[in-house]
Design a protein around this ligand. Structure first.
Ligand SMILES: Cc1cc2nc3c(=O)[nH]c(=O)nc-3n(C[C@H](O)[C@H](O)[C@H](O)COP(=O)(O)OP(=O)(O)OC[C@H]3O[C@@H](n4cnc5c(N)ncnc54)[C@H](O)[C@@H]3O)c2cc1C
Length: 394
């Protein structure tokens, strides 16, 4: 049996952030992943200002060592109709997870974490922070499980990794592009129910996807095909799909010596679908909780410390979930889309949200102030739709 201070399971952004933090503090860390890196990970690869801030804080470098396109304008569309091209957006970085995650994982190894990637995990015992591989067993004082949305650790703890009624789901295709540097970044409201569509330029092509709450999108493939047709693109690339924990977070992120981070803890923004930033931050906080608990000689205090540190993220996700119906509920969404077109303040809020440049407490406060106007817009949009002989926007 190999003994560590901390085992980190999963070498995505959450796991690498945890491993680099714990290793730099001098702890003995094993970083386990079933894949050898570089590996593909289904994702839009939108790296927001928030992700960049956390990256700098955690990894202590200016940029991840991975190709990125920088965009500061976005084209918004709703139900196939263009709402406008807005250039007042805080910068958004577009990257491929294959190279991004490889760079983060390498930084964790450089900091001293032991490379246990490409490993077959045959058993996880959360109660004893023990992970069994095909050829050996590892145990630690603290296990940080950042093993993704289908987390085998969450399954071992709770019987299932997420709640099927509330989970999100997304489909993507990678499209080659002759001039990726010139491709616009585009967001489409209405491409999926309780979600949206995206066309993200990359240095090597375009990532096009649709995602939303699974239970409200029984045929997500049809959504994607419709969306590709709207973009004038052939439906000839392999389609890949993955669950997205859309605000379905675990209030107690773990049990005993096991802490869940990132998607495994359900830490994805339920409006934008952004998950990299919270994965980075929660990985760092989980490691910091382990560092502090071990320094006190009380490993069992890691979980309460971590839970406390996650409060701001939990509060942000809760507030985002409260605001979400105003954007996605059919009664309100026409009003939101009209407001988005007409009100530069509302648009600024959304753009800053998308770029990870604002906090939900601020947005919630302004939403409450705007609520009466929002409701009036929804009523007038409904009245106009009822009186118009032409079919309204769906
Ligand atoms: C289609 C789609 C588009 C998205 N677009 C964006 C976006 O543009 N911007 C954004 O911020 N977020 C986006 N997200 C969300 C983002 O991808 C996740 O929130 C983020 O990857 C979470 O990071 P993580 O480290 O928690 O988990 P992951 O990145 O999923 O990493 C988990 C790791 O655990 C490993 N693992 C899993 N099981 C085992 C096992 N049994 N044994 C060993 N290792 C294991 C995996 O190999 C993987 O490396 C998107 C998600 C989807 C599905």
């Amino acid at each position: 049996m190999s003994r560590y201070d901390v085992i980190v399971l999963g070498a995505g952004p959450g796991g690498s952030a945890a491993a680099v933090t714990a290793a730099r503090a001098g702890l003995r860390v094993a970083l386990i992943d079933k894949h050898r890196f570089p590996r593909n990970k289904l994702c839009g690869g939108g790296f927001t200002g928030r992700s960049m801030r956390y990256f700098r804080e955690i990894f202590g470098a200016e940029h991840p060592d991975a190709p990125m396109l920088n965009r500061s304008s976005v084209t918004f569309c709703a139900f196939g109709e263009e709402l406008g091209r807005y250039s007042e957006v805080p910068p958004l970085y577009m990257t491929m997870r294959r190279t991004l995650d490889h760079a983060l994982m390498q930084a964790a190894l450089d900091a001293g974490a032991e490379d246990v990637t490409g490993a077959t995990v045959t058993d996880i015992a959360p109660a004893t922070a023990t992970v069994t591989l095909s050829d050996r067993t590892l145990s630690a004082d603290v296990l940080i499980a950042a093993d993704g949305v289908s987390s085998p650790t969450a399954r071992a703890l709770y019987g299932q990794p997420f709640d099927k009624r509330r989970i999100g789901f997304a489909l993507e295709v990678e499209h080659p592009s002759d001039h990726p540097a010139r491709t616009e970044l585009r967001i489409d409201f209405g491409a999926a129910e309780w979600g949206y569509g995206w066309d993200f330029p990359k240095t090597c092509g375009r990532t096009i996807g649709v995602g939303g709450v699974l239970s409200r999108n029984p045929d997500m493939k049809a959504n994607l095909r419709r969306y590709l047709a709207q973009l004038g693109l052939p439906d000839d690339q392999p389609i890949k799909g993955q669950f997205l924990p859309f605000g379905n977070f675990r209030r107690v992120p773990g049990r005993g010596p096991t802490l869940l981070a990132g998607d495994a803890a359900g830490l994805v923004d339920p409006i934008t679908g952004e998950g990299i930033a919270f994965a980075l931050k929660s990985g760092q906080e989980a490691a910091q909780a382990a560092i502090d608990a071990l320094a006190q000689g009380q490993p069992s205090t890691a979980l309460p410390r971590y839970r406390n540190a996650l409060k701001p993220i939990h509060a942000a996700i809760t507030q985002s979930r409260l605001i979400r119906p105003l954007l996605f509920l059919p009664t309100f969404r026409h009003g939101f889309i009209r407001g988005f077109r007409e009100s530069s303040a509302l648009r600024q809020d959304y753009l800053r949200l998308l770029a990870g440049e604002t906090e939900y407490s601020e947005i919630t406060r302004r939403t409450i102030i705007r609520l009466p106007r929002h409701i009036l817009r929804a009523i007038s949009a409904k009245l106009r739709a009822d009186q118009s002989p032409a079919p309204p926007v769906p």
